[in-house]
Write a protein that binds this ligand. Structure first.
Ligand code: BTN
Length: 252
């Protein structure tokens, strides 16, 4: 990989034509492979999204990757790590495609009001320490057609930029930036990256509707706190910090 200049992320690299899901393979291998191992597939037959959804992809035109990380952190800290990954995607797309995307909390990447990337973070942990984290990233790079039910909400870089994007360059930039931000996160903590994440957020300041453990919460998204939680001020003036959930931002 000529564009890769990382020390550990992607140094052990597994590339497959077809997998059920790169996250599944990553979880199977997590204990047997080194920290920073990267799995990439050209196609997934059972790609998974958040909230038990499936993840659509077109063969050989997306980036479907999972990164295995083994940080010495408490399990609650992974919420923030997912957002570090989202920031990484924004930076990589900016570097390679010269276009600004936005983070819809917690980890969707939006371009021209449509979703261009999703992130699925999964982990295994003890009560007070993480064993491993799998960060699964799916970027719609050069796909040109989506199933009917996704057409309104999903897009690809190629569709928006009206030209194909070099997947190798984008993947390398993604891994390079991930290592930079991950190091910063480990050394200085989430606080240090929070301003950058806020700057690139499409959620903050917006009226939102959140389905959260069966309850619907409406209000204004006012902050991302130091743990990575989304803070919502409800109509009654109450402030609630959400760990995860399904967020609808008006107009998106
Ligand atoms: C979401 O937006 O709901 C998250 C989507 C995550 C998709 C990626 S593609 C690579 C990795 N393997 C999976 O099965 N899912 C993630």
């Amino acid at each position: 990989a000529p564009y890769l200049n990382t020390k550990f992320i992607g140094r052990n690299y597994i590339h497959k034509e077809s997998l059920s899901s790169t996250n599944d393979m990553a979880k199977e291998l997590a204990y047997k492979v080194p920290d920073g191992t990267v799995i990439v597939a050209e196609e997934q037959t059972k790609g998974r999204g958040r909230m038990g959804r499936s993840w659509f992809s077109e063969k050989s035109s997306c980036i479907l990757t999972s990164v295995i990380l083994k940080p010495q952190i408490r399990p609650e800290k992974t919420v923030a790590l997912t957002q570090v990954a989202a920031l990484t995607v924004v930076k990589a797309i900016e570097e390679v495609c010269s276009v600004k995307t936005k983070i819809k909390w917690p980890n969707d990447i939006i371009l021209n009001s449509k979703k261009v990337c999703g992130i699925l973070t999964e982990m295994s942990s003890e009560i007070d320490v993480v064993n491993y984290i799998v960060i699964g990233i799916g970027i719609n790079v050069n796909c040109t057609e989506f199933p009917d039910d996704l057409k309104e909400k999903a897009t690809s870089l190629q569709l928006e930029l009206e030209k194909p994007v070099d997947r190798k360059k984008l993947l390398a930039s993604l891994l390079n930036n991930l290592e930079i931000y991950y190091k910063e996160y480990e050394e200085k903590g989430f606080e240090s990256l929070r301003p950058l994440i806020l700057e690139n957020s499409i959620t903050i300041g917006k009226e939102v509707r959140v389905i959260y453990t069966d309850r619907e919460i409406r209000g204004q998204a006012i902050a991302i706190d130091k743990e990575g939680k989304l803070v919502i001020k409800t109509e009654k003036g109450e402030e609630i910090a959400l760990l995860s959930g399904e967020v609808s931002v008006r107009g998106l």
